[in-house]
Structure formats: C-alpha cells, structure tokens
Design a protein around this ligand. Structure first.
Ligand SMILES: Cc1cc2nc3c(=O)[nH]c(=O)nc-3n(C[C@H](O)[C@H](O)[C@H](O)COP(=O)(O)O)c2cc1C
Length: 173
C-alpha cells in the first residue's frame, strides 16, 4: 500500500501544510509507505485542457496520483472552496484519480466555511468514482498556535482521518 500526501498551499507560512505534516507523521507512525508532494515546490502550469497534458512534469504528477492507494489533500479554504491550486492539480491529473480513496485536511480563517470541501468531494466522487472519507479535518485560525501547531483536538482528528484512510484503502485493495 502507498499513500500520497499533497500540500496545496503556496503560502510559505501555510497552516494546511502543518496539517499535512501531522498526517505524514501519523502515516510514518503506522509504518505506512508515503510520498510527500508539496505543490509550493512544483511550478505547475495552469490547466489549458490541451497542450499541458503533454508536459513531462504533468505526466509525473499523474503517475504519483496513479501509484497511490490512498490520497490526502491538505488545502487552504479560499472563497468557500479549496484553493485554485488544488483544483488545478485535479484538472491536470484527471483520470489518474479513478477509484482512489481520498481524505481532506483544510485550513480556514473562520468556522463558517466548514462545508467547503464538499464541492471537490462531489466532483471526485462523480467524475472519478473516488471513495471520499466522510470525516475531514477542518481547522480554523483559532485551532492553531502562533507557531502553527494545532490543538490536541485537531491532532486527534488528523490521526482519526489517517487511520480511516488506511483502513478503507486496505479493505478496498
Ligand atoms: C483569497 C483568500 C480567500 C479566503 N477565503 C476564505 C473563506 O472563504 N473562508 C475562510 O474561512 N477563510 C478564508 N480565507 C482564509 C484562509 O483559509 C486561511 O488563511 C488559511 O490558513 C489558508 O490556508 P494556508 O495557511 O494553508 O495557506 C481566505 C484567504 C484568502 C487569502
């Protein structure tokens, strides 16, 4: 089994990246094989639905998705949705998502946007038959300390999400 953890924020001070790192730590504690992908370190093009699919970098991203059994997407909430970087990544990698088990970890400013991952979840379920774990992590600014650490409650939710992702991915493999 192999898992892919994708950090989708381009902000150097990203909080969702910290959520992704905690998820990475949990996978390591469980001795699960994991690949880390930070989109801030990749200069991905915007999806034009055409020539971009021939680029080696885009092919490489598709391969990472395809080779994963379970995928965790950590992303910022922008305008009541996952950020454009996350959506662009899915547009670029498309069919590679077929039948994947997917979990979301989101960092938001406030508490009111907690249903924001649902648009992306619906799209992945309907487009690519993804199994979306119905337990996502949603952390608002009050859940982070000044140095970016999360509260024990959020940490527990991250562990819970990772544990279910692993359980479901193994059951379906
Ligand atoms: C363009 C933009 C739009 C945002 N929209 C929302 C929003 O709709 N709801 C919300 O709760 N926070 C919103 N925020 C706050 C971010 O979700 C918050 O800063 C979060 O920590 C960003 O994730 P990151 O730290 O991983 O980059 C927005 C921030 C920006 C820059």
């Amino acid at each position: 089994m192999a898992y892919l953890v994708i950090s989708c924020s381009l902000n150097p001070e990203s909080r969702s990246r910290n959520l992704a790192k905690d998820a990475q730590n949990r996978l390591e504690t469980l001795n699960e094989k994991m690949v880390w992908l930070d989109l801030a370190e990749r200069d991905l093009p915007m999806c034009d639905g055409d020539a971009v699919y021939k680029l080696p970098l885009v092919g490489e991203m598709g391969k990472l998705v395809k080779e994963a059994d379970g995928i965790l997407m950590a992303a910022p909430i922008y305008n009541y949705d996952l950020n454009a970087v996350a959506k662009n990544f899915i547009e670029l990698t498309g069919r590679a998502w077929q039948d994947k088990v997917v979990g979301f970890l989101c960092a938001a400013g406030g508490e009111g946007s907690f249903m924001s991952p649902m648009g992306m979840a619906n799209s992945l379920m309907l487009d690519f038959r993804c199994i979306v774990i119905p337990r996502f992590v949603y952390a608002s600014s009050k859940d982070f300390s000044d140095n970016g650490d999360v509260t024990p409650e959020i940490k527990e939710r991250i562990d819970g999400l990772v544990d279910v992702l692993v359980k479901v991915s193994k059951a379906l493999s």
